[in-house]
Each structure stands twice: as C-alpha cells, then as structure tokens.
Write a protein that binds this ligand. Sequence first.
Ligand SMILES: Cc1cc2nc3c(=O)[nH]c(=O)nc-3n(C[C@H](O)[C@H](O)[C@H](O)COP(=O)(O)OP(=O)(O)OC[C@H]3O[C@@H](n4cnc5c(N)ncnc54)[C@H](O)[C@@H]3O)c2cc1C
Length: 306
Amino acid sequence: MGGPAAPRENAEFDRDVVIVGGGPTGSTAGVFTARYGLDTVIFDRGRSSIQRCAYLENFPGFPAGIDIETLYELLHDHAAEAGCAVVSDLVESVEREDGGFAVETQDGRRVTARRVVAATRYGGEYLRGFGDEAMFETYEYDGEERHRFDRSYPEHDGTTPIEGLYVASPSRAADRQAIIAAGRGARVAITLVEEARGDRGYPEPLTDRYDWVRRESALDDEWSDRDRWREHFRDRLPDGHGRSEERLAELCEHEIDRRLATYIPADERERRAERGQRRLVAHIDDDIVLEAAQELEADRRSSGGD
Ligand SMILES: Cc1cc2nc3c(=O)[nH]c(=O)nc-3n(C[C@H](O)[C@H](O)[C@H](O)COP(=O)(O)OP(=O)(O)OC[C@H]3O[C@@H](n4cnc5c(N)ncnc54)[C@H](O)[C@@H]3O)c2cc1C
C-alpha cells in the first residue's frame, strides 16, 4: 500500500465502501479505494459483459491476449492484495440507512457502508429501492417496452444526486472496452477517495492524492525536511478553510507521514519487483511454467551455463 493506512472512515458502518461488481471496473475501483486504506468489499456474481468475450486481445500488457478466466483471477487477486474482500455473491438491493447504505445479497448477507460504488455493466435493478425514476430509462426491444439504467445518470466523475453513491458502470463513455472500463473504475474511485479525505477534514485542494510510490533517490535534502512539507501544506490551504489549528496540525502531520512513506529505497524496489514477478507466475498454468522452465534449462546447458 502507498504509505500508512488511513484510519477507518466510519466505525458505525460494517465497511467504508461496498463495490457492486468485480469486473474490470469494480476490481480497479477496489484497488484504489483499498490502497487508500478504505475498508472495501467487492461483491461479484451475476450477469457479466466480460464473461461474454471469447478472448481478450486488446487489453494492454498482454501481447498475445489473455483468457477471461486468467484476467479475472488477476483482477481479483490484485484487489485482494490491495486489501479488498472479494466475495462471490449477488447484490439484490442497496438502500439508504443512517447516512450510509444497507446492502443485501442473494446469499442473505446484510452489509452497511458509508459509500457504495455501482460497477455493473448490466443490471442496476438493485438500485430501484432509491425510488429515483431518473436512474432508469425506457427503451423498446422487439416491440416491447423495457427499462434499463440510464447511463447519463452519474456525473462524469461518477458522483450521483445521492450522496455517497457512485456509479462507475454502466457509463456513457466507458463501457465499450475493458481497458476504458478499468480506467473509469480508477477515476470514480479517486473521486470517492477525495471525498473521503474531505470528510476527514482536508480542505480542497488538499483532498487530492497521488496513488504512487517514488524512488528514494529522488528525495532531495529540501523535501526530506518535514518543515518543507509543512510549509507546502500551509501554502496550499485555501482562504477561510475554517479548520482549527489543532486539527490542521494533525492532518498535516498525517499527510507528511504518508508522503514520506511513498519514497522507497532501491533494495525495496528490487524486493517488490521480484515479488511482483513471482505473483504473475502463480497465475500461469503450471504445465506451461514447467515447460518454459525445461526449455530455459536446456538452453542454459547447451550454452554452457550452470
Ligand atoms: C461479446 C462481448 C465481447 C467483448 N469483447 C471485448 C474485447 O475483446 N475487448 C474489450 O476491451 N472489451 C470487450 N467487451 C466489452 C467489455 O466486456 C466491457 O467493456 C467490460 O467488461 C465492462 O466492464 P465492467 O466491469 O463495467 O462490467 P462487467 O464486465 O459486466 O463486470 C461486472 C461484474 O459485476 C458482476 N455483477 C453484475 N451484477 C451484479 C450484482 N447485482 N451483484 C454483484 N455482482 C454483480 C458481474 O458478474 C460481473 O463480474 C466485450 C463485450 C461483449 C458483450
């Protein structure tokens, strides 16, 4: 994770975030919310767009394409590694409860959460309980009148008129291709994280956050000094922010801890690189790994190596 975890947002809810749908959109959203430290559960079951694809050939990073089963395992493993619980269950309803939401599932689970992200390319019926007719549109199919979730309901950043409810999928701009769907999941999760930071007390523009780690060698003397960060924090404070000095100091120190923890030394980079490659191998068919290993060994022998 990128730095010290943020404390649980709201202890009165079971989770900080429930994500409905663990396809490219929802899994990616979960990586971003959980890496910020938000306690996130992803429910994934039911009608899926990506499962209808025979074989994925245009998702960057897989030169000869990737089968959907392996892609799903990678997406879910990544979300779990970031800290999400990934649960195979179908969300049947989401309703308002005590300033958050109550989510009910097919297998009888009932989970409350401060925020909910809808990430289901198909469906949306589970949102009917809000009674907001603007969420659904009517269309005609085979001479029959049907209803579906209106892709223009959410704003571009995924927010909706219902505070705490975000819609990442379906969306007007991002549901044709899996990579764009994944990008939209990230975009919407970043909106959510920024709003969570706002709730914690960070005034804009200090709600922003970059989800990356840097090379320790890039940390110069100036930015190793906590006072430089304090100055930077104060410089970005908007006029009339209304926070007490005590609260500001607390937020500032937490932010500095987090920023400094994002710089990693060379040996840690190497450790992460090796771990990352081993994790990838774990997703490749054992017979293929063994075959490749035997070929490598044979090559090494014939070239006189160990
Ligand atoms: C036939 C076909 C071929 C395609 N081929 C390609 C291609 O080659 N390349 C490409 O880039 N894109 C392709 N696409 C498009 C791609 O599938 C979508 O862009 C992408 O899958 C959208 O991702 P998503 O996560 O928003 O939705 P989905 O992929 O539909 O994922 C949503 C997930 O949510 C789950 N879910 C649904 N309802 C619920 C619920 N109520 N509770 C819990 N979980 C729920 C589903 O099981 C699913 O796992 C294809 C689509 C189709 C239909």
